[in-house]
Design a protein around this ligand. Structure first.
Ligand SMILES: NC(=O)c1ccc[n+]([C@@H]2O[C@H](COP(=O)([O-])OP(=O)(O)OC[C@H]3O[C@@H](n4cnc5c(N)ncnc54)[C@H](O)[C@@H]3O)[C@@H](O)[C@H]2O)c1
Length: 392
């Protein structure tokens, strides 16, 4: 560490989001972190970084950065497949790791990543920036405190991840089984899949339908509908798409003590004075339940900065992370189970069979396209992009 109140951090993979993290840290917006190294394995990009950050060493491969002695922690912001192998190498050098989402593409690799973190004793964090949104935190509190009673059902329609064809064409790795390992469930919806399990818990069964290349020229899905069953018999439905405009972001959870709805930057809790179950079984006449609406308004926030700052503070002062890397495994389990279900048209019980998933994924990779060149530079801006925020 260079001083007691700041951790020396390096960034591996400095494209769209890595650039946003780099500039936030370099501009002093993340007091707990100091940017001391950068790495991108694209030569042209590395040269651009040398020009933009003349005082910061830029390495052409991650191994050199890890071995440089210039960092105590790294942020990994490469395409997803590389997250586990890079994190495992970083842990072997005794570095703390914050990985971008998703933790990886298949659970087997992420399990190895989690084991490597445990063996190293270093911190392992993941960029689930939407967890810092106070509406989702409030929903989690209502569920955990028992205020909503026992969950009966949830429905999340999160279709405002709109992407144009140029987005998919902007990176050769995007939207192929070989380069990315999935579509909207692997790239955009991990934030929501994580919040879904964080707030509602892990389902025990998954059934899914994926619309492959329905709205774009891509070989992976650009829409998906997941049906989940929970251990208590509750059900959940999760609908996402990158092809709807305008889209919707609406989460509704019904419990025995009421209902909560998050939509349009507000959480409304319809609180029942008694359990609907008691009313149903004991009351006479017409229901006279008077739900009380409690509205919590969202406020503007910068989730990525909070995750970065908290990563530094966890290293410095032992404060909690926004999300541990291990939690990336739960999100990816739902994602992988949804793919397996859609490919085999069957209900998948959890826990998932990692080996079966990997061999099915391999078939998709073998039958898919080779990684060529990016067809567009439409998304090449390194500015912070509002599409990374929670949209309503
Ligand atoms: N949390 C969020 O809101 C958010 C937003 C955007 C992207 N992401 C995630 O960040 C990751 C990167 O996405 P992006 O849009 O920035 O991609 P990108 O293609 O713009 O950038 C990736 C960069 O990594 C470099 N790279 C690839 N492999 C490397 C390696 N082995 N070593 C060093 N550099 C390497 C590439 O040259 C490129 O510059 C993805 O996993 C994505 O899901 C998260």
């Amino acid at each position: 560490m260079n001083n007691k109140s700041s951790v020396r951090v390096g960034i591996v993979g400095v494209g769209n989001i890595g650039s946003a993290h780099a500039s936030a840290i370099a501009e002093g917006k993340i007091p707990s972190l100091t940017l001391t190294a950068l790495c991108d394995n694209d030569e042209k990009r590395a040269d651009e970084l040398r020009r933009s950050y003349p005082s910061i060493p830029v390495f052409e491969n991650a191994e050199k950065l890890f071995a440089s002695g210039k960092v105590d922690a790294v942020v990994i912001a490469t395409p997803h497949y590389a997250h586990p192998p890079l994190a495992i190498r970083a842990f072997s050098y005794g570095l703390h790791v914050l990985t971008e989402k998703p933790a990886g593409v298949y659970c087997g690799a992420v399990r190895e990543m989690v084991d490597a973190a445990k063996q190293s004793g270093k911190l392992f964090a993941i960029m689930f920036n939407q967890r810092t949104n106070k509406l989702f935190q409030a929903a989690k509190d209502l569920m955990e405190s028992g205020a909503l009673g026992e969950m009966k059902r949830n429905v999340w329609i999160i279709t405002n991840w709109y992407r144009k064809q140029a987005y998919y064409d902007s990176g050769a790795w995007r939207a192929s089984w070989r380069g990315e390992g999935g579509g909207v469930l692997m790239n955009q919806a991990p934030h929501n899949l994580d919040l879904w399990q964080w707030i509602c818990g892990m389902p025990c069964e998954i059934y899914a339908d994926c619309g492959v290349g329905r709205f774009h020229e891509i070989e992976v899905e650009d829409e998906a509908t997941i049906f989940a069953r929970y251990p208590n018999g509750a059900t959940g439905t999760f609908i996402t798409s990158t092809g709807d405009y305008p889209g919707t972001n609406r989460l509704e959870i019904t419990g025995t003590l009421g209902k909560l709805v998050i939509e349009n930057k507000a959480l409304t809790f319809y609180r029942l004075p008694i359990s609907e179950r008691n009313y149903c079984l004991t009351a006479e006449g017409t229901p006279k339940l008077q739900p009380e609406a409690v509205v919590i308004e969202d406020e503007s926030y910068q989730g990525h900065h909070r995750v970065l700052e908290q990563f530094g503070r966890a290293i410095l002062y032992g404060e909690p992370l926004v999300a541990t890397g291990e939690e990336g495994l739960r999100e990816l389990t739902i994602c992988n189970a949804a793919y397996l279900s859609a490919w085999q048209n069957r209900t998948v019980s959890l826990p998932l069979d990692d080996g079966e998933y990997l061999s099915e994924l391999q078939k998709k990779i073998d039958g898919g396209k080779a990684i060529g060149k990016a067809r567009s530079t439409d998304q090449s801006s390194t500015e912070y992009h509002p599409r990374w925020n929670t949209n309503w």
